[in-house]
Design a protein around this ligand. Structure first.
Ligand SMILES: C[S@@+](CC[C@H](N)C(=O)[O-])C[C@H]1O[C@@H](n2cnc3c(N)ncnc32)[C@H](O)[C@@H]1O
Length: 262
C-alpha cells in the first residue's frame, strides 16, 4: 500500500470522521470481501444481483486503465483485473486496505492500492478510461468534490460508473440502519446532501435533478440510471434497512453511468 495521504490535519472533517468509522468497521467487511474475491462473476449491491441482470461494469474492460474510488477490500478492482483492465484502488481506510493487500497476496493478483482521499487523487489529469465506485466515494465523499475529481482523472470518452443507495432509500431509511426503511418519507429532499449517522459515518446523497446537473457541469454526459429493486423471491440480507418487502415496491439502490465528454 502506498500512503499518498495529505497531512491528516488538511483533510476535510467528513473524511477524518469516515476514516475513523471505516477503520473501526473493517473487521466486519473481511468475510464479505473474501467471498467477493472468490467469485468469478460480479454481483452487485445488497441483493447481490449478478452482472448479467444489473450491468454495472462495461462489457469489455480489457486494456482499460481504471481507478476505483473507495475500493475497500478491492474486489471490484480484482474483477476488473481478471477481465484485462489495469486497475488502481484508492481508499481512506488503512484497515480496509490491509484486507485488500492480504487478498491480493492470497489470489496472486497485484494492482496499486493507495491510502488517501478519493476527492483528491494523486494522479495527473486524464490518467484513466474508467472510474468506478460501488458504495465508496459514491456515498462517502462529497459529490461536489469527488465527481469533478473523477472528471479530471478521466480521458475524453472515459466512463464513470457508480452504485449507491437510491434517493428514496436515503429519504426513508431510519437513523438506526438495522431498522427497516419506512413506507413514509423520514427526511426532506430539499437540502439533501450531507447526512451524519448517529453511529459515526458521514454519507452524501443528492436528488436526481441535482445529480444530473452536477454530472453535466463536471463534463459528463449521463448515459443511464438503473434503479435496483429487490429481485422476486430474494432472501433477506444482513442490511436491516433494505427489507425485501420494501425493495419489491421501491428502488433500494441505483447505478449511474456517465461518459466524459471530449
Ligand atoms: C462499503 S465500502 C465500499 C468499497 C468496496 N466496494 C467494498 O465493499 O469493499 C466503503 C469504502 O469507502 C471508503 N471511503 C470512505 N471515504 C473515503 C474517501 N474520502 N476516499 C476514499 N475512500 C473512502 C471506506 O474507507 C470504505 O472502505
Amino acid at each position: 500500500m502506498n500512503s499518498t495521504d495529505m497531512n491528516s490535519t488538511e483533510l476535510p472533517d467528513h473524511v477524518l470522521a469516515n476514516r475513523a468509522y471505516w477503520d473501526g468497521m473493517a473487521d466486519w467487511w473481511i468475510a464479505p470481501g473474501e467471498r467477493a474475491w472468490e467469485r468469478d462473476v460480479p454481483a452487485w449491491g445488497v441483493f447481490q444481483i449478478p452482472q448479467a441482470e444489473v450491468p454495472f461494469l462495461p462489457e469489455d474492460v480489457a486494456g482499460l486503465d481504471s481507478i476505483e474510488l473507495g475500493c475497500g477490500t478491492g474486489y471490484v478492482s480484482a474483477w476488473l483485473a481478471r477481465r484485462g483492465a489495469r486497475p488502481v484502488g484508492i481508499d481512506n481506510s488503512a484497515a480496509q486496505l490491509a484486507t485488500a493487500e492480504r487478498l491480493q497476496a492470497e489470489h496472486g493478483l497485484r494492482f496499486p492500492l493507495l491510502h488517501g482521499n478519493a476527492e483528491q487523487v494523486p494522479y495527473p489529469d486524464a490518467s484513466f478510461d474508467l472510474a468506478v465506485s460501488e458504495y465508496g466515494a459514491a456515498i462517502w465523499c462529497d459529490p461536489y468534490r469527488w465527481i469533478p475529481e473523477a472528471a479530471r482523472l478521466l480521458r475524453p470518452g472515459g466512463r464513470l460508473v457508480f452504485l449507491c443507495n437510491s434517493v428514496l432509500s436515503a429519504l426513508c431509511a431510519p437513523d438506526d440502519g438495522d431498522e427497516p426503511s419506512s413506507a413514509q418519507l423520514l427526511r426532506p429532499q430539499l437540502g439533501l446532501h450531507k447526512q451524519a449517522w448517529p453511529e459515526g459515518g458521514v454519507e452524501f446523497h443528492l436528488g436526481h435533478g441535482e445529480m444530473i446537473r452536477l454530472l453535466r457541469e463536471s463534463g459528463f454526459e449521463v448515459e443511464d440510471l438503473i434503479e435496483i429493486f429487490a429481485p422476486e423471491g430474494a432472501a433477506e440480507t444482513p442490511f436491516g434497512y433494505a427489507r425485501v418487502e420494501w425493495g419489491r415496491q421501491w428502488p433500494v439502490e441505483e447505478v449511474w453511468k456517465a461518459r466524459r465528454v471530449g
